[in-house]
Write a protein that binds this ligand. Structure first.
Ligand SMILES: [Mn+2]
Length: 326
């Protein structure tokens, strides 16, 4: 099955078929959707005899290290792209999110495959469709348009992308077609138990220690409709946790009865703060993040804000409060 038969992949299929050397990449602070999409397309293109490499700005997160081929992803801030003629950006809502200097793309065909509604179509060729539950699901369709069968390695990679981007099949875009696709992934060799154990049941103890501290910062505002939490560098130092370990903490806010919007603030490596938003009940947090210079989807979005923690809370509070008045 194809999830969105009306989507036009033809120019991208032609470009990939004619490419001499394809480079795949994804956004900074990559996640299982970005990495899973990258690996699924990598295995497919390699199977077609196309020269392909994977180059990312940031290291592969712990939860993706079980994915077949993850060790083949090269991590560099200034990749050598002299032989590359085609770059595929996967799951990156803006060109800047790739984390590479602009001149890297000069003279190359940039293909932009993404499901963020805020994506400004920065590629030479773009397929951007926010109706897809994950970029991994877009690669599922692309593989079929390339005339290729789904290998076990690609199926395992796409399964990880779908599982994580739908918060374990909980979000709005999960419909019968998403489950039909997932059935095809399992038929092709994806293993749900292996994925659950690698992604959810292999946490370092430091991550749980950090979660304990983060939950102590939980505050409920706007008559119980917003939940706020943060992590500081000092909390990371105290528990021995790293920047990646607070990934997913925000979802605890979403489990609280009556909460419609969750805000989670944590330090970025560059000294700014990363502010993440999650929404329930038709609240569009993509618009909130956009007002603060970020972007994302209706249900999940984020931005980077500078200042002290108190200043960041005040800036975000001002925008979120307006939002509740509408
Ligand atoms: Mn995604």
């Amino acid at each position: 099955m194809i999830l969105f038969p009306q989507e036009t992949w033809k120019p991208i299929v032609e470009q990939l078929n004619n490419a001499k050397h394809v480079m795949l990449t994804t956004h900074c602070n990559s996640d299982a959707d970005g990495i899973g999409s990258e690996l699924a397309l990598f295995h497919t293109l390699q199977g077609m005899g196309i020269q392909v490499s994977m180059l990312n700005r940031d290291v592969v997160p712990r939860i993706c290290q079980y994915l077949p081929g993850s060790k083949l992803i090269q991590v560099t801030e200034s990749p050598d792209v002299s032989t590359v003629d085609t770059i595929v950006a996967l799951d990156a809502g803006a060109k800047s999110r790739l984390g590479f200097p602009d001149d890297l793309f000069a003279g190359k065909i940039l293909i932009n495959i993404d499901h963020h509604a805020s994506n400004p179509l920065y590629g030479d060729l773009n397929v951007v469709n926010a109706d897809y539950c994950a970029t991994g699901a877009m690669v599922f369709d692309l593989i079929q348009h390339l005339g290729q069968s789904l290998s076990q390695r690609s199926a395992i990679s796409i399964y990880a992308a779908i599982l994580t981007d739908t918060a374990s099949f909980q979000l709005d875009r999960v419909n019968a077609d998403v489950h039909r696709m997932t059935a095809e992934l399992i038929d092709a060799g994806a293993k749900p138990e292996e994925a659950a154990n690698a992604i959810y049941n292999s946490q370092p103890l430091a991550r749980l220690s950090l979660l304990t501290l983060a939950l102590q910062t939980l505050s409920i505002q706007h008559d119980g409709r917003s939940a706020w939490m943060h992590v500081t560098q000092a909390m990371q130092d105290e528990t021995g946790a790293n920047h990646e370990d607070s990934e997913g903490f925000i979802d605890h806010g979403r489990t609280i009865q009556g909460v419609e919007v969750v805000v989670f603030i944590r330090p970025e490596k560059d000294g700014r703060w990363k502010v993440s938003f999650r929404a329930k009940a038709r609240r569009n947090v993509g618009e909130v993040a956009a007002k603060l210079g970020g972007g994302g989807h209706q249900y999940a979005a984020g931005c980077a804000v500078s200042g002290s923690l108190e200043e960041v809370y005040a800036k975000v509070e001002a925008v979120v409060s307006c939002f509740f008045k509408i």
